[in-house]
Ligand binder design. Structure first.
Ligand code: F6P
Length: 197
C-alpha cells in the first residue's frame, strides 16, 4: 500500500443518458416518448449498478422532466428530484422529425447545423450555445459540495454538463461522445465510463 496515496475526497457526479428510447430506435430528433425494450433492460441494470456501487444515503438523484429519463429512474427503483432545465435540447420545428427527414426536406438547415453545430439554432428552438446557458442555470440548483449527485439526462444536455464540469472549450461540446447505456463518473478532473449494456 502506498503510504502517501491520498484518497480523492471530492464529491462524485454520475451522469447517465436515459435508456434507449423509441425515438433513438427511429433516429428521431426530440420527442417525449418512452423507452425501447433495450432501454427498459438498461433501466433495470442501472438499478443493480446503483444498489451495488452507490451510497444512496449520500447521493441526490435527479432527472429531467421528460418521460424517458423519469421512466429510466423508475425502472432503477429511484425516486428522483426533477429539474426541468435539464430537458433535452429543444429542436423547435424539427422536433419529432428524423435526421434523414430534415436532410431531405430542409437541406440548407441540415448543412447549416453540420457547418456550425455549436451556434446553429433550430427554427423556434435552441442552439448548443443556448443549451450551455440553460445547463449552467440548471446546475445552480445542484449541490456539488456536500453530496454526490446522479443525473439521468439526455445526450446534448450531458455534453454541455460534462463540458462545463471539465472546463472544456464550448467548440468541443457538440461533438462529444456520450454513449447510451453507460454510467459516466466525474470526480474532480477524472472521468470514467462504466458500460452496463
Ligand atoms: O438521442 C437523441 C437526442 O437526444 C435528440 O433528442 C437530440 O436532439 C439529440 O440527441 C442531440 O444530439 P445532436 O445534437 O448530436 O443531434
Amino acid at each position: 500500500m502506498l503510504i502517501n496515496a491520498k484518497e480523492n475526497t471530492e464529491k462524485v457526479i454520475y451522469i447517465s443518458r436515459h435508456g434507449q428510447s423509441e425515438m433513438n430506435v427511429k433516429d428521431i430528433i426530440g420527442g417525449n416518448g418512452y423507452l425501447s425494450p433495450s432501454g427498459v433492460e438498461y433501466g433495470e441494470k442501472l438499478g443493480d449498478f446503483i444498489a451495488n456501487h452507490i451510497d444512496q444515503e449520500k447521493t441526490r438523484f435527479v432527472t429531467s422532466s421528460m418521460n424517458r429519463t423519469r421512466q429510466t429512474a423508475k425502472l432503477a427503483g429511484l425516486d428522483p428530484d426533477q429539474i426541468n432545465d435539464l430537458d433535452e435540447i429543444d429542436a423547435g420545428d424539427f422536433d419529432g422529425l428524423s435526421y434523414g427527414e430534415v436532410k431531405c426536406r430542409y437541406p440548407s438547415e441540415y448543412e447549416a447545423r453540420k457547418a456550425d453545430k455549436l451556434n446553429y439554432r433550430y427554427p423556434n428552438g435552441e442552439s448548443y450555445v443556448d443549451l450551455l446557458k440553460r445547463t449552467r442555470r440548471a446546475i445552480q440548483n445542484v449541490d456539488f459540495e456536500s453530496c454526490d449527485n446522479f443525473l439521468i439526462i439526455h445526450q446534448a444536455v450531458a455534453r454541455c454538463l460534462i463540458g462545463i464540469l471539465l472546463g472544456l472549450s464550448d467548440e468541443k461540446v457538440p461533438q462529444m461522445e456520450v454513449p447510451l447505456h453507460t454510467v459516466i463518473k466525474i470526480q474532480g478532473s477524472e472521468i470514467t465510463y462504466h458500460k452496463l449494456l
